[in-house]
Design a protein. Structure first.
Length: 418
């Protein structure tokens, strides 16, 4: 990823998707910044380890950290720096446990970190002397998205609004202040992974996710206690990256290129505790064999895995195929090809909304209204579909009245609908 980003920064990316931006393969500068933050954290954990025994490896890791931090700076996103800072604090704290007088140095370091962290956090939130350097306008926008996510969670505490349905409910739950701050601004995520989970699936789903985090926390604490003052680079890298990811999760979305690492680190922490825990051995070989046999996976596990993978591939095939067919249709620039592609099994409201937008651009008012009617019939929470019907010259007064009523419900604070 580092090498590819350097190619992008040099302006020689063979793929034209990164014009004037550096985002690796993650599609967004914030995602790349966060990913590189995780890379630098894990590299630093190993760098401390190699400083004593293998300085050449430590030097290479220092070079990697420096280059990746330059890449993070080039993105203009503070997420990577925030992750790096949080991870370094954890690693240094763990490393201090292995030095002399740790009972004094660790508390001093913890207090000093807290004193430094307070103005930094305030600066990120646009308060204090560091605000001109740390505050970004996106922070304010994220506050609006977080507010809407909490509103969805409290309004539908048991089941949420449905998986990946945040965008369908954002306008209705964003509140008056958020509407006034950006009338036509929309979002499809709370920009907070915890609220993404709770708004999509309610408090029960959030409780399940938090239970896994608690299990990982307990596992990490047990490993920490078992080290007895020894610095373990593997554990330090895992724990620091995991904690840094949780910090980032408070202000970012669950983008798969970054989010997958949060799940991997959670499982790895739990697994590392199991792998490093003292093994209980038996003097009786038959008992040992019996215990070993009980730990093996049953023979049917392989078949279940294959069946599950096959089912997952089959379910994923339909939306992928629908996307591919839609792209092929769009390249023809013909509504006669685009509209049928939006109605394939696996297509979404987004496909129909893009087709509707294409009809406006041609323009083709009759086809636009036909697409809008199909859109609101199949996706009744489509604000764009109802707006198209309301403003269409071909709509009857009765159709406009129905559309206006629905628009007021879907976006109650929009000034034109009051």
């Amino acid at each position: 990823m580092t090498l590819y980003c350097l190619v992008q920064m040099s302006g020689n990316d063979p793929i034209g998707w990164s014009y004037k931006s550096t985002f690796g393969t993650l599609g967004n500068v914030n995602f790349l910044s966060a990913f590189m933050g995780l890379v630098t954290v894990t590299a630093f954990a190993y760098c401390l380890h190699f400083l004593k025994g293998n300085f050449s490896k430590a030097l290479l890791l220092m070079l990697l950290i420096f280059i990746d931090l330059v890449i993070v700076a080039s993105t203009g996103s503070i997420q990577g720096l925030m992750i790096f800072a949080a991870g370094i604090v954890v690693i240094v704290f763990l490393w201090l446990r292995s030095v002399k007088y740790y009972k004094v140095t660790q508390p001093i370091f913890a207090v000093s970190t807290f004193i430094v962290a307070v103005p930094v956090v305030l600066g990120i939130l646009s308060y204090g002397p560091l605000a001109p350097f740390l505050f970004q306008n996106s922070t304010k926008l994220r506050g609006d998205y977080i507010h809407a996510g909490w509103e969805m969670t409290t309004r539908f505490p048991i089941f949420g609004v449905g998986m990946d349905s945040y965008g369908d409910w954002y306008r209705e739950t964003r509140g008056q202040l958020s509407t006034e701050a950006g009338i036509d601004r929309i979002a499809n995520t709370a920009h907070n992974i915890f609220l993404d989970i709770s708004s999509n699936g309610g408090f029960p789903l959030l409780a399940g996710y938090l239970a896994m985090l608690v299990l990982a926390t307990l596992s990490a604490f047990r490993v920490y206690k078992s080290l007895n003052g020894r610095y373990d680079p593997v554990f330090s890298a895992l724990l620091a990256a995991w904690i840094a990811y949780q910090v980032q999760a408070l202000i970012s979305i669950n983008q798969i290129g970054v989010g997958v690492w949060g799940w991997i680190f959670t499982g790895a922490l739990i697994g590392y505790r199991a792998a490093t825990a003292p093994k209980v051995t038996s003097a009786n070989p038959s008992v040992a064999r019996k215990n070993l046999k009980g730990q093996l996976l049953p023979a049917g596990a392989g078949l279940v895995s294959i069946a599950g993978a096959s089912l997952g591939f089959l379910l994923a095939w339909f939306p992928v195929k629908a996307d591919a067919d839609y792209i092929s249709a769009v390249r023809t620039r013909s509504l006669e090809n685009i509209v049928p592609a939006t109605r394939l099994f696996g297509s979404t409201s987004w496909h129909s909304e893009m087709a509707l937008n294409q009809a406006f651009q041609i323009p083709a008012p009759a086809q636009a209204k036909e697409i809008a009617i199909y859109l609101v019939q199949n996706y009744p929470r489509s604000n764009f579909g109802w707006k198209a019907i309301y403003f269409s010259e071909l709509s009857t007064p009765e159709e406009r009245e129905v559309a206006l009523t629905k628009l007021k419900q879907l976006d109650p604070f929009y000034p034109d609908w009051r």
